[in-house]
Design a protein. Structure first.
Length: 79
């Protein structure tokens, strides 16, 4: 995981990385198959508002969409 210096000082970058790692640890059952996922934090993120709840609200729907779109189609749709 990489967070650029543009995101802020080391303390802020490390906090963001810890929260994102914890999100993926808690939601590893949602990840389908073997995927490489790159998360790029927004520069406009307020470091005081970076918490597991806010990250989960943004990333969980995206993670579910990725898994739905990456599963192979069955039946006549698969060609």
């Amino acid at each position: 995981m990489a967070v650029t210096r543009k995101t802020g000082p080391a303390v802020t970058r490390n906090r963001i990385k810890r929260v994102i790692r914890e999100f993926f640890r808690l939601n590893q059952h949602e990840i389908c198959g073997s995927l490489d996922i790159a998360v790029v934090p927004k520069r406009s993120m307020d470091p005081d508002r970076v918490n597991l709840k806010s990250v989960s609200q943004e990333l969980l729907p995206l993670l579910r969409t990725i898994c739905e779109n990456s599963t192979p189609k069955s039946g006549s749709e698969a060609s």
